[in-house]
Design a protein around this ligand. Sequence first.
Ligand SMILES: O=C(O)c1ccccc1N[C@@H]1O[C@H](COP(=O)(O)O)[C@@H](O)[C@H]1O
Length: 226
Amino acid sequence: MTSADGIRVKICGLTRPEDVAAAAAAGAHYAGLVFYARSPRAVGVDLARDLALAAPVGLAKVALLVDAEDAALDAIVARVPLDMLQLHGHESPERVAEIRARYGLPVMKAVGVARAEDLPQLDAYGRVADQILVDAKAPKDAALPGGNGLAFDWRLIAGRRWPVPWMLAGGLAPQNVAQAVAMTGTRQLDVSSGVETAPGQKSADLIRAFVAAARDLARAPAVPRL
Ligand SMILES: O=C(O)c1ccccc1N[C@@H]1O[C@H](COP(=O)(O)O)[C@@H](O)[C@H]1O
């Protein structure tokens, strides 16, 4: 991926057809469907299938899973037309490779970052996953392993690169898109809470503002050469 491709946005946690329409109309590249019962954004297989079928060509459907077993994955993959699996639990590199081989879908592995000690995990998963998702590590007492609207210290990954495409996540919102991109150099952004009015309630206005903020960066004129 080069800078000419612009910045790709994933809107995660869509639960209504109008959320899918808003993400597509705004120009998002990925739509995330959460298969984690404890999340306020959780969808069942039937609803997920309807939402995925409503997505226009060009909007990639991503299933978010947390330590899912084969039986659950089998049921989801059999019924929901998907473009990618996002693994957001404690899946080992071996499990990531196994899931990738079993379903023949690209796999994105989320890694929680809070301190420099967390960074080697990104290298390990960068060897087995198709993409890596660099997210804020959930606090120990958090009910969810992600989707908490918390950012991490982006200076930790400034200048870091991995051998596969990667996305930045955690506490992103329309107002911090420019800073997140400037500090990390990311070309892909993943957002959930930052485009909601309440947990699980997506806002078309905030989705539009988020994608526009990313698009504006790609359009910003280069600094003129002296
Ligand atoms: O969104 C959820 O409910 C969720 C549940 C379980 C694991 C991950 C979840 N969301 C992912 O978390 C990050 C950051 O979200 P936020 O923007 O800080 O709210 C993002 O990758 C979501 O896909």
